[in-house]
Write a protein that binds this ligand. Structure first.
Ligand code: FAD
Length: 463
């Protein structure tokens, strides 16, 4: 039978309905659809898809197991290299990774590897996790930050017999998975909380509300509290702004603040939850990445009537996941591309009344390889909005670097770590995830956590 050139569609909530609720948009394959999609895999002799996966999941092998309806083996194979498949299956940018290399993609659509990964993870029965019997003299490791990098590093080290404590600044673990990515893309109780619970069941302690650099320093953890090694996975959570006039007006949010209020503080359920959030009727979101799409789609769900993505390059350069862009369009988000804001306008009381923008055109490629946007002369216009969400990227919070002796950072404030081992300039201290690479992806952060756990194990065995 000829292989279908199209992926099996992912069932989704109706766009009109979902714009009013925070329930998950993509509903997941059922068993028959998953098996039919698995049958599209050609089982190439040299599977290029695997090369495209940052943690080299054994892709054809797990897909074969789905085809055989042996779902337990499918998830076991994935777990060999990926500890967070229910999350990665939902949020990885597969079109730039595994699926980009699928041979079927040359003439048609690649195998829906991400959807199959999610299916296998969702099918997995809750495994019974046995807590680890620690040796009385087991060495102690501190992990700073409970995002995907920190959680993965903690889980791997616990499996290796170390006593692990995670220190997390916020009141909830998960990092961006909890405070950034919205519920409608990544359900918190069904998916994220379960992953965290598994790690805690291994015996990992999670100390929330613990800002390292304020409560204790890295040096204190090592010299006074007896931690033998430290992993820093503090992410890149410091919002960037354009530096244009009007950014201090009421109604201007950084995407991080906006999403944190909504996701973590449940502002959408005010007054049942204590944190309010004010969203107007016309919202401009500046930026074109996943964060911008999440901000725009959250604003829509909070009652905005017109939501615009304002992006200075073209649709081809838009860095967000393809599926999020499609979903945003279906929900009625308007894309103002090749448009750059120059000023946020306000009234006498300091509230946002509009966004002054200029049209752009694309010139020669810049250092990032993308064509440089150039302002078109005399093309200024005003967008009528009452709320502006700035989602143009985030940087490293300097608090750890500023309070730790002998920890080198680069000119952007990212911690410098050895590419292979993730060892920093300070003995016994390792770092990985967004705090090293700058804002990147969940799977890369997870991979870094895994690499660091191996290096810390090797270091402590030789110490
Ligand atoms: C809104 C949004 C949407 C995204 N969507 C996607 C997507 O669809 N797909 C994808 O692959 N990636 C996506 N990303 C990027 C991805 O989430 C990150 O690359 C990833 O979470 C980085 O993991 P991390 O563990 O390095 O850091 P984080 O997830 O940022 O976690 C760091 C943790 O450290 C804590 N911390 C910081 N400083 C301290 C301190 N001093 N003491 C104690 N704790 C501290 C923070 O509170 C946080 O919990 C998105 C990011 C955002 C913001």
């Amino acid at each position: 039978m000829a292989v279908s050139m199209k992926k099996h569609e992912m069932p989704v909530q109706d766009p009109k309905e979902r714009g009013k609720n925070f329930n998950e948009v993509a509903l997941g394959y059922d068993e028959e659809t998953a098996v039919a999609e698995a049958e599209r895999c050609l089982h190439c002799k040299i599977p290029k898809c695997r090369e495209g996966c940052p943690v080299a999941v054994h892709i054809p092998e797990f897909i074969e197991k789905i085809k055989e309806r042996d779902f337990k083996s499918a998830i076991d194979i994935i777990h060999e290299t990926n500890s967070l498949p229910a999350i990665c299956g939902r949020v990885c940018p597969q079109e730039n990774q595994c699926e980009k290399h699928c041979v079927l993609g040359i003439k048609g659509e690649p195998v829906a590897i991400g959807r199959l990964e999610r299916f296998a993870a969702d099918m997995a029965k809750d495994e019974e996790i046995k807590s680890i019997e620690y040796a009385p003299n087991a060495k102690k490791v501190a992990i700073i930050g409970a995002g995907p990098a920190g959680l993965t590093c903690a889980g791997d080290l616990a499996h290796k017999g170390y006593r692990v404590t995670i220190f997390e600044a916020l009141h909830k673990a998960g990092g961006v998975l909890s405070y950034g990515i919205p519920e409608f893309r990544l359900p918190k109780d069904k998916v994220v909380a379960k992953e965290i619970e598994k790690i805690e069941k291994l015996g990992v302690k999670i100390e929330v509300n613990s800002v390292i650099g304020r409560l204790y320093t890295v040096d204190e953890l090592m010299e006074e509290d007896g931690f033998d090694a430290v992993f820093i996975g503090t992410g890149a959570g410091l919002p960037k702004f354009q530096g244009i006039p009007g950014e201090n007006l009421s109604g201007v949010y950084s995407a991080n603040e906006f999403l944190t209020r909504c996701n973590l503080m449940k502002a959408y359920d005010f007054p049942n939850y204590a944190t309010p959030i004010k969203v107007g009727k016309k919202v401009a979101v500046i930026g074109g990445g996943n964060v911008a799409m999440d901000g725009a789609r959250t604003a829509l769900r909070l009652g905005a009537e017109n939501v615009y993505i304002v992006y200075r390059r073209s649709m081809e350069e838009l860095p967000a996941r393809k599926e999020e862009v499609e979903h945003a369009k279906e929900e009625g988000i308007e894309f103002k591309i090749l448009t750059n804001p120059t000023e946020i306008l306000g009234d006498d009381n300091g509230f946002v009344t509009g966004l002054c923008c200029v049209k752009m055109e694309l010139g020669e490629p810049d250092a990032s390889g993308r064509r440089r946007p150039i302002a078109v002369e005399n093309s200024e216009f005003n967008l009528d909005v009452d709320t502006v969400i700035v989602a143009i990227g985030t940087g490293a919070n300097p608090i750890i670097a500023n309070t730790t002796k002998g920890l080198d950072t680069d000119k952007h404030g990212h911690i410098i770590a050895d590419e292979k081992t993730l060892a920093t300039s300070k003995e016994g201290v390792y770092a990985g995830g967004d705090i090293v690479t700058g804002a990147a992806t969940v799977i890369l952060a997870m991979g870094a956590g895994r690499t660091a756990a191996k290096s810390i194990d090797a270091y402590l065995k030789n110490k």
